[in-house]
Design a binder for this molecule. Structure first.
Ligand code: ADP
Ligand code: MG
Length: 261
């Protein structure tokens, strides 16, 4: 079982799109996957066809009431397992402030999940993918403490290099809380190959961070933006779109990384 957090402190860079579509693509490649939504906006939850306000149990119950991850899992209309989230998770920083180990709640729950699955004779997940909020709040810290690797979606715009240097530093600092933490890869998102700046920035990223860059670029593709409104990953909405094919390629790269370990 490998745990992957999709994180970037910036909003609108394609975190949720990557979380949903990478999970769906891994599932399409017959991997056992679980998607955990850790952004109170609940966009990843909605993106799999679930009604975020009609869930019996959410990540709020897991993190605030000690419900097990196993109990909170639902099979989404997209066909894979999801633990959803909604606004109930919004004030968690304040609720848990001062509680010792508040940054380790998810890690503890993950350990329990492994035991629960073994006891229930379930095959363990190949991948658990977590969609993070665009900030370094307590939820994101929980994700980064519980995870093995981080995938960083990044737009190829002017401040990308600086942004990535900052993020690497943040992750470096967090290895104090999670020695396993590492950047699994950076994926260039919302990519427009006709845009000269985007091409230049992409090349710069390749020069300076080549060893952690995925080869796959996710193009700016209208189908990727439309799919969530239909509660579907793009692979279900338009299998042959550029966006769908790009996320399948990214999933192949992620699986290839697992082989190398
Ligand atoms: P984040 O989770 O980082 O805030 P999102 O994944 O929600 O970012 O993406 C922000 C917006 O951009 C959404 O409306 C989404 O549908 C759209 N979007 C994301 N990636 C793409 C893409 N490759 N092509 C077109 N639209 C995209
Ligand atoms: Mg998001």
């Amino acid at each position: 079982m490998e745990i992957i957090a999709i994180a970037n402190q910036k909003g609108g860079v394609g975190k949720t799109t990557t979380a949903v579509n990478l999970t769906a693509s891994l599932a399409a490649k017959r991997k056992r996957v679980l998607l955990i939504d850790l952004d109170p906006q609940g966009n990843a939850t909605t993106g799999t066809g679930l009604d975020k306000n009609d869930l019996a149990l959410t990540m709020a119950d897991v993190l605030l009431d000690g419900v097990s991850l196993q109990e909170a899992i639902v099979t989404s209309p997209a066909g894979f397992d999801v633990i959803g989230t909604n606004r109930e998770l919004a004030g968690i920083d304040i609720t848990l402030m001062g509680q010792t180990n508040s940054h380790e709640l998810l890690k503890t729950a993950m350990t329990q999940l492994v035991t629960d699955q073994a006891n229930g004779q379930k095959k363990p997940y190949d991948y658990i993918i977590m969609d993070c909020a665009p900030s370094l709040n307590l939820l994101t810290i929980n994700a980064l403490v519980a995870t093995d690797g981080v995938i960083i979606p990044m737009q190829c715009e002017y401040y990308a290099l600086e942004g990535l240097a900052d993020l690497s530093q943040t992750i470096e600092r967090l290895t104090e809380l999670n020695p396993k933490l590492y950047i699994r890869g950076v994926v260039r998102t919302l990519f427009d190959a006709r845009n000269t700046l985007a091409r230049d920035v992409s090349a710069e990223l390749q020069t300076h961070f080549g060893d952690i860059m995925y080869k796959t670029h996710i193009p700016r593709n209208i189908r990727l933006a439309e799919a969530p409104a239909h509660g579907m990953p793009v692979i279900a909405y338009d299998r042959w779109s550029k966006g769908s094919r790009a996320y399948l390629k990214l999933a192949a790269e992620v699986i290839e990384q697992s082989r190398g370990k």
